[in-house]
Design a protein around this ligand. Structure first.
Ligand SMILES: [Zn+2]
Length: 144
């Protein structure tokens, strides 16, 4: 059994057939894991506006955009420190609320982590289906 985003599947999980599917599935697993990591009794806070809601209704917001997941990139640096729950308003309509996100990062990780994340933006990865497949398996297992 495997559970992603609260949906449990009894069917065996097959290796993805193409890179696009592999990347999307890996991201789904990581996103669900991150949102649940910050949840208590099924509820988590948006780190930039403090809205409290079901983890399933939150987004997994990036601090450094394009670092962890971006359309068109061949891979992503998987750093949990770059990912936190955000409401759809902050993540999408208010562009990630970078000013408040930066303060959160400073309070929780310090300047060195911010600089490390910024430096990784300029180191693109070439990832293959199996790289994403490993990420998906690792993070989907943590949901169980
Ligand atoms: Zn918010």
């Amino acid at each position: 059994m495997r559970c992603i985003a609260g949906i449990c599947e009894v069917l065996p999980v097959r290796r993805p057939k193409n890179l696009k599917a592999a990347k999307a599935r890996a991201w789904r697993a990581v996103s669900a894991y991150i949102r649940q990591k910050y949840a208590e009794d099924g509820l988590a806070y948006c780190i930039t506006c403090d809205a409290r809601m079901r983890w399933q209704d939150l987004h997994c917001g990036h601090y450094q955009h394009g670092l962890t997941y971006a359309q068109g990139d061949d891979g992503f640096h998987l750093l949990e420190e770059n990912l936190h729950p955000q409401c759809s308003g902050c993540n999408t309509f208010r562009g990630g609320m970078l000013d408040k996100y930066t303060l959160y990062m400073l309070d929780h990780y310090g300047r060195e982590m911010i600089e490390e994340l910024q430096s990784l933006r300029h180191k693109p990865l070439k990832m293959k289906i199996d790289d994403f497949w490993r990420i998906e398996q690792r993070y989907a297992r943590q949901d169980d």
